[in-house]
Design a protein around this ligand. Structure first.
Ligand code: TPP
Ligand code: SF4
Length: 284
């Protein structure tokens, strides 16, 4: 039986009280609870505090450029469809620098899990407003308040046809574990936007700020109801709904368009020299 410590026990460089600690714990518990072997999991990230998560786990990993977790994760999944590929990112890395990759990945519906550690700030670079910072919120670099309207990841994903859209909170770890597990099992692109405090640079969206507002969706919500999901995705105030807003498996995953991926990892498939020769002949 796999245990959470099989995914490593490393010292981290995060501040005490940072939401990343609880997210790291939840990811390890989710995978161990599903009996996933570390060798069958690949974590992919860009740059930032959240993006350090794979450094603190024992499994396959790729740490790439800022905002580039999803294209790398897509390549890994296509080359080895048997791996459970999880992209981990901060809100800046994913919705800012990686914004267009986010849009493309949702539209493609590749079978990946995306966990966005959303602290509504650029943590690693010391507190500039990120795409999800509220308009008017003051930060170290925006002393007069952020001017831009905040990016709405869940509504954006829904509007592009995402099949799995969920919101978690680092302060509700047991709930988060189950969200991550359902996301990993979902056959297609699965987004879990995880609200987390940055104790050092976001003095508004603190642990207690989220705790007062985050409310678990109950059974009265039908996760197959797209319009209800859209309404919930835009709810942000005294109550912030957390849970699976939407799940639909009607759209097949991107990989399904490529029968050549069925035999397993590309590295294990030797090309047919006769076929290759005939293809080359068409260019002769
Ligand atoms: C192309 C590029 N632009 C900017 C940076 C500088 N940079 C590194 S981390 C970071 C912010 C990370 O913030 P976020 O993704 O929200 O993650 P957090 O640190 O809050 O977890 C920035 C702007 C970079 N490394 N590469
Ligand atoms: S600066 Fe913020 S995001 Fe970075 S480790 Fe500290 S609390 Fe976490």
């Amino acid at each position: 039986m796999v245990t959470s410590s099989d995914f490593g026990q490393f010292e981290t460089a995060w501040c005490p009280g940072c939401g990343n600690h609880a997210i790291l714990k939840a990811v390890k518990e989710a995978l161990a609870g599903m009996d996933k072997q570390p060798r069958d999991v690949c974590l992919v990230s860009g740059i930032g505090q959240a993006a350090k998560t794979p450094h603190y786990m024992l499994c396959n990993l790729f740490n790439g450029l800022h905002g580039r977790a999803l294209p790398v994760a897509t390549g890994i999944k296509l080359a080895n469809p048997g791996l459970d590929v999880i992209a981990e990112s901060g809100d800046g890395c994913m919705y800012g620098e990686g914004g267009n990759h986010f849009l493309a990945a949702v539209r493609r519906n590749i079978n990946l899990t995306l966990l966005v550690h959303n602290n509504q700030i650029y943590g690693l670079t010391k507190g500039q407003a990120s795409p999800t910072t509220a308009t008017g919120q003051t930060t170290k670099a925006q002393p007069h308040g952020a001017y831009s309207a905040p990016f709405a990841p869940l509504s954006t994903a829904l509007s592009l046809g995402a099949g799995f859209v969920a919101r978690g909170f680092s302060g509700m770890t047991e709930h988060l574990v189950s969200l991550i597990q359902t996301a990993v099992r979902h056959p297609g692109f699965a987004l879990v936007d995880i609200l987390q405090p940055c104790v050092s640079f976001n003095k508004v969206n603190t642990h207690s700020w989220y705790k007062e507002r985050c409310t678990e969706l109950d059974d009265s919500h039908d996760a197959g109801d797209w319009e209800a999901a859209m309404r919930l995705s835009m709810q942000w105030g005294e109550t912030i709904p957390v849970g699976i807003l939407y799940q639909n498996t009607d759209r097949g995953p991107f990989e399904g368009h490529f029968p050549q991926l069925e035999p397993g990892p590309l590295a294990d498939n030797s090309p047919s020299l006769t076929t290759l020769e005939s293809i080359m002949q068409t260019y002769a």
